[in-house]
Design a protein around this ligand. Structure first.
Ligand code: PLP
Length: 433
């Protein structure tokens, strides 16, 4: 055994710097979280050495007795974490990420060129839900399938369920996808199911962002109504980077759904599973099933509400006016700022956020808002009082951005904000705005 610091000091140094950045900065990216040391230990384990194409007890390689045990345990924990009856639901735990899980789910459910509908990207949907632009089909979900986005209503910024129903009546999709990357409210799965049933479409929920909150039973339950549910494992679920596909086993008209999903993951879309990741997912799912995780999920939501209220109290406009989940969409257009400007200023202050489109943006390239999430800060045990201070920092970042825009231009940013960019500078103090 030779440690990384001896074999490859360059990479060790990069890891050390990133560790320092994650632990000294304020992480407000809604799609990120801090997974546990235990999950990271499993992720960095010897399991990375093993090939295991296939499924438990049906592999293309020898030597998989322990890997079979691992994958079977991970599946069991995934069903337990979401309180699912193994007679009614199954799960594939092999997807490398949320995007591959989604493409595998589409491959399982529909044929090339079939029609699908997902929430439009500018309204909070994800790329893999059929996104395309006027110039280009951007993702496999629009290249290989015909896609029509549904939208949020301009007045309330809530999902336009009636609009979706009337579009679906004409478009006749084979699949409706719900779930989003930037939607601060909960979903009405019962309403979506009505439309899907009426039009003879599959209903799939991509709960990548909210899966931890759903597992903790803090949000509506998509498993009551959907045929397939996909998720990433690294957002509110707080695991390593990977994906899961849950499928119904009790459908009379699609008894083969289990085989379709499993075949779509391997061999259609993937090769050998990443067994180290599956082990880390299993560890994270064990943690999700504990009472502490329920308390964590409750606090994530409470923190997001506090953040929203504090920003509104400062006079800012939020899309939909608040939040039901872990994220807040902040519309900066009324104060004349772009999301990218504020993102840059926040970066210099050690606050990590991302620019995001808000409803009615003229161009997706210059988004008029930012997206904030409370999952990672809550993992660092921040409570409502801490979040109020974070909201004050954000207020100062925005005021500073306004000042720089008015007075100086962004090239002078570094003179206005003295912020540590190395551990050495960190020792001298940082975040002097
Ligand atoms: N689905 C949703 C709703 C997402 O927000 C994301 C990522 O942010 C994905 C899928 C894709 O996940 P991954 O980056 O793991 O491929």
């Amino acid at each position: 055994y030779q440690p990384l610091s001896e074999i490859d000091p360059e990479i060790k140094n990069i890891i050390d710097k990133e560790t320092w950045r994650q632990f000294t900065g304020l992480e407000l990216i809604a799609s990120e979280n801090l997974t546990s040391q235990a999950a990271m230990e499993a992720n960095g384990s010897i399991l990375t050495n093993k090939y295991s194409e296939g499924l438990p007890n049906a592999r293309y390689y020898g030597g998989n007795e322990y890997i079979d045990e691992l994958e079977t345990l991970c599946r069991k924990r995934a069903l337990q974490a979401f309180n699912l009856d193994p007679a009614k639901w199954g799960v594939n735990v092999q997807p490398y990420s949320g995007s591959t899980a989604n493409f595998a789910a589409l491959t399982a459910l529909i044929q090339p060129n079939d029609r699908l509908m997902g929430l439009g990207l500018p309204d909070g949907g994800h790329l893999t839900h059929g996104y395309y632009t006027a110039k280009k089909k951007m993702t496999a979900s629009s290249i290989y399938f015909q896609s029509l986005p549904y939208a949020i209503t301009p007045e309330t910024n809530l999902i336009d369920y009636a609009g979706l129903a009337s579009q679906a009546k004409i478009f006749k999709p084979r699949l409706i996808i719900c779930g989003a990357s930037a939607y601060p409210r909960d979903w009405d799965y019962a309403e979506l199911k009505k439309t899907a049933t009426k039009e003879g479409a599959w209903l799939m929920a991509d709960i990548a962002h909210t899966s931890g909150l759903i597992a903790a039973q803090e949000l509506n339950n998509p498993f009551e109504y959907c045929d397939v549910v996909t998720t990433t494992t690294h957002k509110t679920l707080r695991g390593p980077r990977a994906g899961l596909i849950f499928f119904r086993k009790d459908l009379e008209n699609a008894a083969d759904l289990e085989k379709r999903v499993n075949d779509a993951v391997f061999p259609a879309c993937q090769g050998g599973p990443h067994n180290n990741t599956i082990a880390a997912v299993a560890t994270a799912l064990l943690q999700v099933a504990q009472p502490e995780f329920k308390a964590y999920a409750k606090q994530v939501i409470s923190n997001a509400r506090t953040l929203a209220e504090a920003l509104v109290a400062h006079g800012y406009r939020l899309q939909t006016g608040g939040s039901d989940n872990h994220l807040v969409l902040w519309d900066l257009r009324p104060i004349g700022l772009t999301g990218s400007k504020v993102e840059k200023v926040c970066d210099l202050m050690g606050i990590t956020i991302n620019k995001n489109a808000v409803s009615g943006d003229a161009s997706a390239q210059v988004p008029g808002g930012i997206r904030l999430g409370t999952s990672a800060l809550t993992s660092r045990d921040m409570r409502n009082e801490d979040i109020k201070i974070v909201a004050d920092f954000l207020h100062r970042a925005v005021q500073l951005s306004l000042l720089l825009q008015k007075e100086a231009g962004s090239k002078l940013l570094k003179d206005f904000v003295r912020v540590a960019t190395t551990p050495e500078e960190g020792k001298q103090g940082y975040l002097q705005v």
